[in-house]
Design a protein around this ligand. Structure first.
Ligand code: PMP
Length: 412
């Protein structure tokens, strides 16, 4: 072995893994909040480590994951088509169910055409990579979901990342950009950690002014907000002004998969050119059938969206009134800012022991010192469950010195 080879051997590519001790350190303190297996669930109540807790951290916005009608639809599809498609949509993996779903989603979203992907992640990564190529330019919000970031990285386009929701900076970047380049602005419609709505009216205006296309990732918006649950642009009556809108089936639709809607030529181009679409197996039959049923329920049971909106407002007001900082959410995602990472883990543990499961979110997902408990709600949460969640937050917030008994915040 040459000397260079010996030297190279020292730089073991696995060394980062061998040196990764963070998770073990938190586990040793008994505060590790991740990868907890659920052994039972009815949607709002789950069993974790033998403890029955209220689920306040799921993206099951319409409360459909345990709905008998969805379960029946999934079982029926398995009986008819089997358990998997064993191929990509391009080749042997297209079912009549996929075509029916694409047609119904396009109609629901009032767009010409729709293409399905096997996850929401693949939808954004795959679509952005395909539509933005060499000599094109992407303008992406810094808080966009990881799958958008990866999509921009694997595309050959020049990418500008503007500060979160900073429309002035976006304009400045566009001012400096190449006037000859094809341009696309990409933003989450609702930001996944903060529950904050994008400034869609301004994004539409800017896109038109600069001749850019606009792409919204509405994973947390379709089936959640807007007219008939049509997402972030429809809150402002602007669906027609957004060129591409993506959604996921892993949240409101209680399944797995994703979709993109837009004008027919653009969707056909992505359908025929996106590696994530062409080289990955299609959504399993049960998943597609589940979404078809969920879409029907979304349109025929408007009480779910109404209840969800009521719950979002009730919990946002309730948590703020207790003295918590809930940032700028206007959706069923309501973050509760705790502060440093270890305090957040301790808060999480106390909350869990008090009978509430929510998600601990720490850097790099949020800025340092802004670790938070991300709560999220379902249309099927009962009033009693909501009050129990507030009660637990109150008790633990006071115990940790984050709020006082009179509803005052004790942190910056
Ligand atoms: N976009 C956003 C904004 C998300 O929050 C997520 C997942 N949390 C995704 C896309 C990916 O969706 P999926 O989990 O269905 O792959």
């Amino acid at each position: 072995m040459s000397e260079t080879h010996t030297a190279k051997k020292k730089a073991d590519i696995f060394s980062k893994a061998f040196n990764f001790t963070k998770a073990d350190e938190v586990k040793a303190l008994g505060l590790y909040p991740y990868f907890k297996p659920l052994t039972e669930t009815d949607g709002t109540v789950v069993v974790i480590e033998g403890r029955k807790v209220i689920m306040a951290g799921s993206n099951n916005y319409l409360g459909l994951t345990n709905d008998e009608r969805l379960i029946e639809a999934a079982q029926g599809a398995i009986t008819r088509y089997g358990t998997g498609c064993t191929g990509s949509r391009y080749l042997n993996g297209t079912l009549d169910l996929h075509l029916e779903l694409e047609e119904k989603l396009a109609k629901y979203m009032q767009k010409e055409s729709c293409v399905l992907f096997s996850t929401g992640y693949q939808t954004n990564e795959g679509a952005i990579q395909t539509i933005a190529q060499r000599n094109d330019e992407i303008f992406s919000d810094k808080d966009n979901h990881a799958c958008i970031v990866v999509g921009t990285l694997v595309s050959n386009a020049k990418t500008y990342r503007f500060a979160h929701n900073d429309m002035d900076q976006l304009r400045k970047m566009l001012d400096r950009s190449n006037p000859e380049a094809g341009k696309i602005i990409v933003s989450d419609g609702v930001f996944s950690m903060s529950g904050q709505l994008a400034n869609v009216p301004e994004l539409v205006k800017i896109a038109k002014e600069y001749g850019a296309r606009l792409y919204l990732d509405d994973a947390h918006a379709i089936g959640v907000i807007g007219e008939g649950g049509r997402g972030s642009a429809s809150v402002f009556g602007l669906n027609d002004d957004v060129d591409l809108i993506s959604g996921t089936f892993s949240k409101s639709f209680a399944s797995l998969g994703g979709f993109l809607v837009g004008d027919r030529p653009v969707i056909e181009y992505i359908r025929h050119n996106s590696p994530a679409h062409i080289f990955s197996a299609s959504m399993p039959p049960a998943n597609a059938a589940t979404v078809l049923k969920a879409l029907e329920i979304l349109q025929t049971e408007p009480w779910r969206l109404e209840r969800l909106e009521y719950i979002s407002n009730y919990m946002r007001k309730g948590l703020s009134k207790l003295g918590f900082n809930v940032w700028t959410s206007s959706t069923p995602i309501i973050p509760v800012v705790i502060g440093d990472m270890m305090s957040c883990f301790q808060f999480w543990k106390d909350l869990f022991e008090a009978g509430v499961y929510a998600n601990a979110v720490v850097p790099p997902a949020v800025p340092a010192g802004q670790s938070l408990i991300r709560t999220s709600y379902s249309a099927t949460h009962t009033d009693d469950q909501l009050d129990a969640i507030l009660e637990a937050f109150h008790t633990i917030g006071v115990k940790h010195g984050i709020i006082d008994k009179n509803g005052q915040s004790l942190v910056e």
